[in-house]
Ligand binder design. Structure first.
Ligand SMILES: *Cc1c(COP(=O)(O)O)cnc(C)c1O
Length: 361
């Protein structure tokens, strides 16, 4: 068996230790005589998996006691609607910061439900930088301020948390969750589709401050009401059981094998530096993002020649470096260096990039 280095933006690589544990427990989960896939979600054994997963989220992400931890379905995208439906109902106003495609879709969707202000955007420079938001920029009457912490497609990342005073802050952390510590206490709500950095596709993690619950718009669909899910211990209906279980394995790996999020951050910084240092010295490949806003997780770059980009992607694939093609809105290449990507994967890729550069200079 040979495994490729998968640089996909998501779903993405999982640690081998996690896959092996899932395989070992596939037919008989811890003496239960069944797979987690087969269990009733109302069984004691599944309840204990869910409880342990939530306890691990709380511990690994350092979630304060006054927050609810929910595992929902519908991906990150469903949150584009759930956030306004649940939170934009005091003054029916919200401030949005648009730094890429995902934030833009969230903004467009929120506009359907209230008075939404475009607080800032980096569209003027093809989303290649992060705007600086000052406290006085915030509408004090906004029900919340929304932003996307890591821009998966454009490869930029907020390195600061906007100061919003008493206005709750909401963030899409789909592509940076568990990549480094985040001060959850600064947020009203954060959410992430787990398939980029925390598990397989199928579950969405929502962490929401309790005082924000119970204020959904009257016409909010039942399944879109955070309070209902929170009141039922995130088991109002059948949760994504197997995806939750694999999240548990991922969180155990982060906690026990890596040593927590501070260590994870060090590891991710080292890994990204291997590629960024090369890009800064390369005569062929160029990063597309301003230096100070570079993402740790998604690294886009170009050669400046579309045919050469395509050739690079093709030859890289033949060497076992897969999913390097950039998003259709940016072109070029994109390397995603999520948690499970080992540093050797990036080192070997850079060695190949050097080879390619020499062959085409
Ligand atoms: C991938 C992604 C999404 C969309 O997630 P789905 O689970 O496919 O709906 C939303 N936001 C960000 C930042 C993403 O990277």
């Amino acid at each position: 068996m040979s495994r490729v280095y998968n640089f996909s933006a998501g779903p993405s690589m999982m640690p081998e230790a996690v896959l092996k544990k899932a395989a070992a427990e596939m037919l008989d989960y811890q003496g239960s005589g069944q797979s987690v896939m087969e269990m009733s979600h109302r069984s004691k054994v599944f309840q204990s998996i869910l409880d342990e997963t939530i306890a691990l989220v709380k511990e690994v992400l350092n979630v304060p006691d006054n927050y609810k931890i929910l595992f929902l379905q519908g991906g990150g995208s469903t949150q584009f609607s759930m956030v306004p439906l649940n939170l934009m109902n005091k003054n029916n106003k919200a401030d949005y910061i648009v730094t890429g495609n995902w934030a833009n879709i969230a903004y467009q969707e929120a506009c359907r439900y209230g008075k939404v202000r475009l607080l800032a955007t980096s569209e003027d420079k093809n989303y290649s930088y992060i705007p600086k938001i000052k406290p006085e920029d915030i509408d004090p009457e906004a029900d919340y301020v929304y932003y996307c912490m890591n821009n998966t497609i454009y490869g930029t990342m907020f390195k600061y948390i906007p100061e919003t005073g008493s206005v709750p802050l909401v963030s899409d952390i789909s592509s940076c969750i568990c990549s480094e510590p985040i001060d959850i206490s600064k947020f009203g709500l954060v959410y992430a589709g787990v398939q980029k950095n925390m598990g397989p596709a199928g579950a969405t993690l929502v962490i929401v401050r309790e005082d924000l619950l119970g204020n959904a718009m009257d016409f909010t669909p039942l399944m879109f009401d955070y309070k209902l899910h929170a009141d039922k211990g995130t088991m109002y209906n059948t949760p994504p059981c197997y995806a939750i279980y694999v999240c548990k394995l991922m969180l155990e790996w982060i906690k026990n094998d890596i040593g927590g999020l501070e260590k994870m951050k060090e590891r991710n910084e080292k890994k990204a530096a291997v590629l960024y240092d090369f890009l800064d010295s390369s005569s062929l490949f160029k990063g597309t993002v301003v230096k100070e806003d570079r993402s740790l997780m998604n690294i886009p770059f170009v050669t400046g020649d579309k045919e050469l980009d395509a050739l690079f992607v093709k030859e890289a694939e033949e060497r076992g470096f897969v999913n390097l093609k950039g998003h259709r809105s940016t072109g070029g290449m994109r390397v995603s260096t999520y948690n499970a990507m080992p540093i050797e994967g990036v080192e070997k890729l850079v060695a190949f990039m050097k080879e390619f550069e020499e062959a085409h200079s």
